[in-house]
Design a protein around this ligand. Structure first.
Ligand code: S6P
Ligand code: ZN
Length: 195
C-alpha cells in the first residue's frame, strides 16, 4: 500500500538560517574544494593551520521527482583564501533547464552565474534580495561581507546537481577583495582550462 504523505512545516531560523529539523546537512571545508581557489600558496597555508569551514547547507528531505520542490538554506561563512572570498563550489543542475530562486536572509554576497556559452552575470545578495537563476545557468554564491551569508533556495524536485563542468573549468570570473571591497575580475585560469 502506498504511504499517504501529509503536508509539513519546517522551521527556518531567520537569524542564522538553520532548519529544524535540519534534514540532510552538507558541510564543505576548504579541503573539499581546494583546487577551486586561485591562490594555491594561500590554500596550503590555511590547511597547515586546520581546515576552515566554508559553508553548510540544510536540505529539507523531499523526493527527487518532477512536481516536487527542493528547498534548503545555505550558510557561507566569511573569510578569504588569499584575496578570494569564501564561496560555494557552484554547479549546473543535472536537468539543466531548471531555474532556482535564492532569498537572502542575512549578510552580503555576490551571486555569480554562467551560461553554457560562457556568458556571465552577477547579482548582489542582501537581506530581502530574491534572485532568479535562469534555467541552463551555473551558479555560485560568494560571501563578500564580514558576517555569514545566509540564503534560502527553492528549485525543482528533479533538478539534481552537476558539479563536473565547474570542477573542471571553473567560472570565467572570480570575486576578489581589493582594499576590502569586492571586485569581479576575469579568472586567468579559465582560458587555460578551456584548451
Ligand atoms: C541547490 C542550490 C543551493 C546550493 C548550495 C551549495 O540547487 O543552488 O542549495 O546547492 O548553496 O552550493 P553547491 O554549489 O556546493 O551545491
Ligand atoms: Zn542550484
Amino acid at each position: 500500500m502506498a504511504i499517504l504523505r501529509q503536508p509539513f512545516n519546517t522551521h527556518l531560523n531567520l537569524g542564522n538560517g538553520v532548519l529544524v529539523p535540519e534534514g540532510v546537512k552538507v558541510v564543505r571545508h576548504l579541503s573539499d574544494m581546494k583546487d577551486m581557489y586561485q591562490d594555491q600558496d594561500a590554500v596550503q597555508h590555511l590547511l597547515k593551520d586546520g581546515d576552515p569551514l566554508i559553508y553548510v547547507v540544510y536540505n529539507v528531505e523531499v523526493p527527487e521527482e518532477a512536481g516536487e520542490l527542493q528547498h534548503c538554506t545555505s550558510i557561507v561563512y566569511p573569510g578569504r583564501v588569499g584575496n578570494e572570498f569564501f564561496m560555494t563550489k557552484g554547479h549546473f543542475h543535472s536537468r539543466a533547464g531548471t531555474a532556482e530562486i535564492y532569498l537572502t536572509l542575512r549578510g552580503r554576497g555576490i551571486l555569480l552565474m554562467q551560461a553554457q556559452d560562457g556568458r556571465t552575470a552577477t547579482l548582489d545578495m542582501f537581506p530581502g534580495s530574491v534572485s532568479y537563476i535562469l534555467p541552463y545557468w551555473a551558479h555560485r554564491s560568494i560571501n563578500v561581507g564580514p558576517e555569514p551569508l545566509v540564503f534560502f533556495a527553492v528549485y525543482p524536485g528533479d533538478a539534481g546537481h552537476n558539479y563536473g563542468v565547474i570542477e573542471e573549468k571553473g567560472f570565467a570570473k572570480m570575486v576578489l577583495a581589493q582594499d576590502d571591497a569586492p571586485v569581479v575580475v576575469d579568472n586567468p585560469r579559465y582560458a587555460c582550462r578551456r584548451t
